[in-house]
Design a protein around this ligand. Structure first.
Ligand SMILES: [Fe+2]
Ligand SMILES: [Fe+2]
Length: 235
């Protein structure tokens, strides 16, 4: 979605207020790469300077009408840092209580998180995929098959809803629980977020000597990664 930004330079000529302006459209999503308002404004000023509409000496007096643009840009940047903060909180909390070894421990969760980042598409909820990485194996009682650990994680998630998972929407909690509940038993659900969760975990199977089979992955991106990774070189 492109939003208009207007750069205006007012001046008073013979007692009359006049001005010249330059309007252009920009997409907040594309400028999301600039993480602070100061950097964003600097980039916009550079763009306006390049337009040649204003003389060099006028540039410091140019005012910017970009409130609508800033509002959208802030939402995008805030969402990203909110997700990182939430995921980091859960990561620390779950790790602090972990009693089993490394096989299903934090090294695995961090790799599942990294895999999840590669599986994000516009249809995938990034918060759910991030939280799944640190919660899906959190209720294991041993490093064996423990087929019910996903079920237990889904139940445990309910107990965190007043604390660590406060202000996460009901819909996101349901997706997270469903992904945890089914991750050991289900190949694919058709829900893009849940399937991305499944694949983020399965792409780490090489750690136990199983080369991820593209046919057993649930998403197109997951299949692509599994097909293009030289797992032998990772060992
Ligand atoms: Fe698991
Ligand atoms: Fe896992």
């Amino acid at each position: 979605m492109e939003i208009q930004i207007t750069a205006i330079k007012f001046e008073t000529v013979n007692g009359k207020k006049t001005g010249k302006s330059f309007s252009f459209k920009a997409d907040p999503k594309k400028l999301e790469i600039f993480k602070t308002e100061a950097t964003l404004k600097k980039k916009i000023k550079e763009y306006v300077a390049k337009s040649g509409i204003f003389k060099k000496e006028e540039l410091d007096d140019v005012k910017y009408n970009m409130e609508d643009f800033l509002e959208e840009w802030k939402k995008l940047v805030a969402t990203e840092s909110y997700i990182q903060k939430k995921v980091e909180e859960i990561r620390r909390y779950v790790h602090a209580q972990w009693t089993l070894g490394a096989l299903h421990g934090i090294g695995h969760w961090d790799r599942v998180y990294e895999n999840g980042q590669k599986l994000l598409t516009p249809d995938v909820n990034p918060l759910v995929v991030g939280l799944f990485a640190y919660l899906h194996d959190s209720c294991r009682i041993d490093d064996g098959e423990d087929i019910n650990h996903g079920q237990r994680a889904a139940v445990w998630i309910d107990t965190l809803r007043d604390t660590y998972l406060k202000d996460i929407s009901d819909e996101e909690i349901e997706l997270l629980q469903e992904a945890c509940r089914l991750h050991t038993t289900t190949h694919k659900t058709g829900n893009p977020t849940i399937d991305a969760c499944f694949d983020s975990d399965r792409l780490d199977l090489w750690r136990v000597g199983i080369i991820p089979d593209p046919a057993r992955l649930a998403t197109e991106k997951g299949k692509e990664i599994a097909s293009n990774t030289d797992y032998k070189s990772l060992k």
